[in-house]
Ligand binder design. Structure first.
Ligand code: F0G
Length: 403
């Protein structure tokens, strides 16, 4: 395995563990390139199944179980909290509300820190340990910070998180503090915090935002686990919320590899849903533009995806195009309504996750999706990630009922 520039025109390669964040030649993001000649898919499926009976921490992890497709590390270096292994849960009310008959949620909020970030952080933190890092850092809308803090604590490293002041759910901030991270509040947006941190590279800080290709490798295993759970038969559609677009980029890479090496014969159409106030990717799609125009002042109640300049848009776009998917946005009102419906299914999630169901309903309403299509929606964060949002919504409802 090696690192490779994502731009096919450049495609410069580097040693897998080279200390580069972006391509020094053209500035594009990097990705891990699996230079396998071929893979025995059936043997791998059987091996991964067999590992579910094992007591090895790497086999128990729903990420490292698929380690043949991850960078290789000595077992003692692997930083794991038993992430992954999240169930598929049917949402009956949610399906009826959206107007589809076959809807399952893959709830990544049921990970150690309550969010999908753990799936990438376990690999990113392991790489940090492998390269001898002492300090790890990220900019975050909250969840990456909580996850980084937990895995840094686990690895015995110093975690430092840069958060947009006043724009992060207190539940997430509390997690970062509980896990002992240094919290730096930035006046400005997530995008400002990320820019500030990128300026600090080269100061002996290991950088763990989702432009880090090792995080993408971990997050791609979500699709390995999902397809494993579905006996390697893809649903018709996969719906995912989009912020910085690392997660959809990771899923796109998974489909690429699983198709290339014969694990599946069809990928789901990938649908990315953004919040209307932070929707540069949806705008690009509507305008059929070739370049992304950032949103200068992103704003949405779904603070996790309040991002105006998503870094992984090219990787994500390639996945949407390759799978015949699409990109859309939904309003804050639609997100709030969808979130309440998911709650009434006994499942619950944070606001950003509910963008998936709101997006699905919108696509059904315009007949872009058949009523009997099979759909898996990715819920990215746990219901307890933003309790203030819930309390405020119910206070408003009560005030309304008494007025
Ligand atoms: N859902 C939740 C709950 C998130 O926290 C995020 C991103 C997303 C969706 C979007 O994922 O960025 O890969 O497209 N949160 C980041 C953070 C940015 O800092 O926690 P994406």
């Amino acid at each position: 395995m090696r690192l490779r520039c994502f731009d096919p025109k450049c495609a410069t390669t580097f040693d897998l563990h080279a200390p580069v964040l972006a391509c020094p030649k053209c500035g594009e993001l990097l990705e891990v390139d699996l230079d396998f000649a071929s893979v025995d898919a059936a043997a791998h499926k059987a091996l991964w199944s067999e590992r579910r009976k094992s007591r090895d921490p790497r086999d128990i992890s729903g990420v490292w179980r698929y380690r043949e497709f991850l960078p290789d590390y000595p077992a003692q270096e692997v930083v794991t909290l038993g992430e992954g292994n999240t169930p598929l849960v049917r949402g009956h009310r949610a399906a009826a509300w959206a107007g589809v008959s076959d809807l399952q949620f893959k709830h990544l909020g049921w990970n150690p820190t309550g969010c999908f970030k753990d799936l990438g952080m376990t690999v990113g933190m392991t790489e940090a340990v492998h390269t001898g890092a002492q300090v790890v850092a990220c900019a975050s809308t909250g969840n990456t910070a909580a996850s980084l803090a937990a895995y840094a604590a686990r690895a015995g490293l110093t975690g430092r998180v840069y958060l947009p002041a006043g724009q992060v759910s207190l539940n997430k901030l509390a997690q970062a503090l509980d896990f002992g991270a240094e919290v730096v509040e930035i006046e400005g947006s997530f995008d400002d915090a990320l820019n500030m941190l990128l300026d600090k590279t080269g100061e002996g800080i290991y950088f763990l935002n989702s432009i880090n290709p090792f995080r993408i490798e971990g997050q791609k295993t979500t699709m390995f686990e999902l397809l494993d759970q579905l006996d390697w038969k893809a649903p018709d559609y996969l719906v995912v919320p989009g912020g910085n677009l690392g997660n959809s980029a990771a899923f796109a890479k998974a489909f690429d590899e699983l198709l290339r090496f014969g694990f599946i014969d069809k990928a789901p159409r990938m649908i990315v849903v953004q919040a209307a106030g932070a929707n540069p990717f949806a705008q690009l799609w509507r305008d059929q533009a070739e370049e992304l125009t950032p949103v200068a002042e992103p704003d949405t109640v779904a603070t996790a995806i309040r991002i105006g300049n998503p870094r992984s848009w090219k990787k994500s776009l390639r996945g949407v195009r390759n799978t015949g998917g699409q990109i859309l946005d939904v309003t804050d009102e639609e997100i709030a309504e969808a979130k309440a419906v998911i709650g009434r299914d006994g499942i619950g999630c944070e606001p950003a996750s509910a963008a998936t169901l709101a997006g699905l309903r919108k696509l059904r309403a315009s007949n872009s999706i058949a009523q009997d299509a099979s759909v898996v929606a990715i819920l990215t964060g746990h219901v307890l990630k933003d309790t203030n949002f819930i309390i405020r919504a119910h206070q408003r409802e009560e005030a309304h009922a008494h007025s």
